[in-house]
Write a protein that binds this ligand. Sequence first.
Ligand code: HEC
Length: 367
Amino acid sequence: MNTLLKGLVGIGFGLGVATTAYAQDQVEEPAATEQAAPAEQTEAETAAPEGETAEQPAVEPTADGEETAAPAEPVDETPDAAPAEEGDMASAEEEGGDEAHAGDDGHGEEDSHTPHYPLKKPRHAEWSFAGPFGHYDVAQLQRGLKVYKEVCSACHGLDRVAFRDLEELGYSEEQVKTFAADYEVEDGPDADGEMFTRAAVGSDYFPSPFPNQEAAAASNNGAAPPDFSLLAKARAVERGFPWFVFDIFTGYAENGPDYIYSLLLGYDEEKPEHIELPDGVYYNPYFISSAGLAMAKPIDDDMVDYDDGAPQTLEQYSKDVSAFMMWAAEPKLEERKKIGLRVMLFLLLFGALLWLTKRKVWSGVKH
Ligand code: HEC
């Protein structure tokens, strides 16, 4: 009996070591795929006007967070933002106390000079793709695509999405062909060495509205409109302590679409008097790196005709285009969630079986 037990323990141990080794292999693998990450960073960087840092938004976490963070950051990091006056911080803080974050307000340090952006935390919308069972709402994505095509695509590119990817939005190959034919792309060189333009086909990617970053910036008051392909993932506003702890359990990962949605709705908010913005910069308390941005309010009620009866309101447009941008940034989200769920179920079952086995194996041993 004893030998049998030892044998089993030996096998168990061996299996354990093997699994750990295998798991480590698996962990190392993503290094290759991480190459995609810098691209996201570039998105984030190009979006920030005049060298501002779009990353690391100094969200107002806790009272102590403010105390330590505030003096460390130089005020002149925000050239086109309001000059940080005495009153700035305090009132920004008052406003920052969004209804969803009741715990955040009321701790404004009177002597602090650094406003924390975004001035207001993003609102939370209901997303069909939230949670472990999340899936995209195809009708919503189609509407979002329409908003993108008719409004945003005048300034924003979608470099990494090919027309044929739109089949995932429920369009047939024929429909995609017709859709693509509306666009012109550069091709070539031809036999004479000249580049030429032709109508796009399914395998082409969405053409950029501007020939290069400089041209894009030059026609937009110095700030190039960022490409949409990864923006919904690149603009995941940090929520700070303690929210990020809760997020682990609730699985909240919709910061990106929530941010874009809030930004589009944020233009209607009144600019506080003490905030001064240069010409061509529009106040928006949800903007991640300053009190205003170089994009004027791009969309409003009734600007895009929906043919599925959805309300033609700014709110609906904002939600739809944000969902569409999330799809563009993570088209495999549904698959990822499905696999994740299966893996968790498998692990639960496997864990239960292991536990039963352990009980059986040790049942004859006195201890
Ligand atoms: C007239 C050109 C123009 C149009 C049309 C336009 N945008 Fe923009 N957008 C800009 C510019 C310029 C910026 C960069 C602003 C800055 O960084 O100061 C920008 C930035 C953004 C950002 C990034 C903000 C950030 O955090 O950096 C988002 C999101 C955005 N636009 C969404 C949209 C959506 C959605 C639409 C369509 C409904 C749209 N835009 C239409 C010019 C435009």
